[in-house]
Design a binder for this molecule. Sequence first.
Ligand SMILES: [Zn+2]
Length: 67
Amino acid sequence: MQLHCHAITPKLAAARTFTAPARCPSCDDWMVAPVSSEFVEGGEIRHHWECDACGEASSTVIALETC
Ligand SMILES: [Zn+2]
């Protein structure tokens, strides 16, 4: 269903994964909102995090479902 795939833009896909929380790798506290996010060509979202509790910086990569 190519028409359906083209209806989903990278921006929309990013918005849908934007709120997924992550845990700090250092103190295991929840990090609710990423400091920044970027769309990586090829179908990935990269979130950059900074822990409120300990200041640890980390990043996660989420692979988007591709059609
Ligand atoms: Zn932390």
